[in-house]
Design a protein around this ligand. Structure first.
Ligand code: NAP
Length: 292
């Protein structure tokens, strides 16, 4: 009986590793084409401020993935005490550098720094992590853009598993500018009916119970409970909390769900693959490379 349950559970898993690997292979082919046509290597500059161990680990992971596909990755490490002005100047310098094609400012940036000012100093054509207000505006309007990587990765995963979005009720928990908000816009642009929830939302479990598609981007370990889930719902867990724990209580939520992402191995790999793919596209655009 246990074996049968395990087999059923396996069929519900939305694997992000396979699609991410395929996306990175596509990016590798793009990078080779760019190098052949221009003699230049697509380059991602990552700005890491302070010494938060989790941020340092993310940056290491991203750089390793860049190396694997032949993308150059530059790491600019800066002290936590840096002023907003100096950090903005550093980002502008990267913006002006023709050998840099994508800029990623690893967040969270330490508190006293004006994060928005730093993000806004990234030129839109190098905003491969989708953090500027100009990019967010384009995402809301459904215009071409380098979209924030996590929601873009989630959309890819939903498409990979042929999840119907047209007319369904999607509930997004979390309204951050890099995740919840662009996620809600992207789902609206695909004709879902979207409810965006946050820390002031009342009776959250009742809203979640209406979700055909649920996106959890809360930043609280095992926050979403199995008793909140509509039978047959598709659950995307964007959470990545300390100890590699998602925002969804996987063990109770898998029962009612039709599909669910694991943590790790769901959304995370798609995010990094999307970053690499968007940086390859940014390099191609800046260097005038045509794919066909
Ligand atoms: P964030 O900026 O801290 O935003 C969290 C959101 O959750 C906020 O909008 C907050 O509401 C809402 N929230 C907090 N407590 C809540 C509650 N009790 N009920 C309902 N909503 C609540 O976090 P984020 O950057 O969007 O990240 C969210 C999660 O995704 C984190 O676990 C993070 O580690 C993960 N993440 C994963 C990846 C990846 O590649 N897998 C990438 C980025 C982030 P208010 O706005 O009202 O405060």
């Amino acid at each position: 009986m246990l074996f049968v349950m395990d087999a059923i559970h396996k069929t519900k898993l939305m694997d992000g590793r396979g699609p991410a690997r395929r996306l990175r292979e596509q990016a590798r082919a793009k990078i080779e084409r760019i190098r052949e046509q221009t003699g230049q290597t697509p380059t991602l500059a990552t700005v890491l401020v302070g010494n938060d161990p989790a941020s340092a680990a993310y940056v290491r992971m991203k750089r390793r993935r860049c190396d694997e596909v032949g993308m150059r990755s530059l790491l600019i490490e800066l002290p936590a005490e840096i002023s907003t002005e100096t950090l903005v100047a550093e980002v502008r310098r990267l913006g002006d550098d023709p050998a840099v094609h994508g800029i990623l400012v690893q967040h969270p940036v330490p508190r006293p720094i004006d994060r928005r000012a730093v993000f806004e100093s990234i030129p839109i054509e190098k905003d491969v992590d989708g953090v500027t207000s100009a990019t967010l505006g384009r995402v809301i309007l459904g215009m071409p853009a380098f979209v924030p990587c996590t929601p873009r990765g989630i959309m890819r995963l939903l498409d990979e598993y042929h999840v119907e979005l047209d007319g369904v009720h999607a509930v997004v928990i979390g309204r951050s500018p890099i995740l919840g908000r662009p996620m809600a816009s992207m789902l609206i642009n695909r004709h879902a009916t979207v409810t965006l929830c946050h820390s002031r939302t009342r009776a959250l479990p009742n809203i979640v119970r209406q979700a055909d598609v649920l996106i959890a981007a809360v930043g609280k370990p095992r926050f979403v409970q199995g008793g909140w889930i509509k039978l047959g719902a598709v659950i995307i867990d964007a959470g990545y909390n300390e100890g590699i724990i998602g925002d969804v209580d996987f063990d109770t939520c898998i029962e009612p769900a039709s599909l669910i992402t694991p943590v790790p191995g769901g959304v995370g790999p798609m995010t990094i693959a999307t970053l690499i793919d968007q940086t390859a596209d940014a390099a191609a655009m800046q260097l005038g490379v045509q794919w066909r």
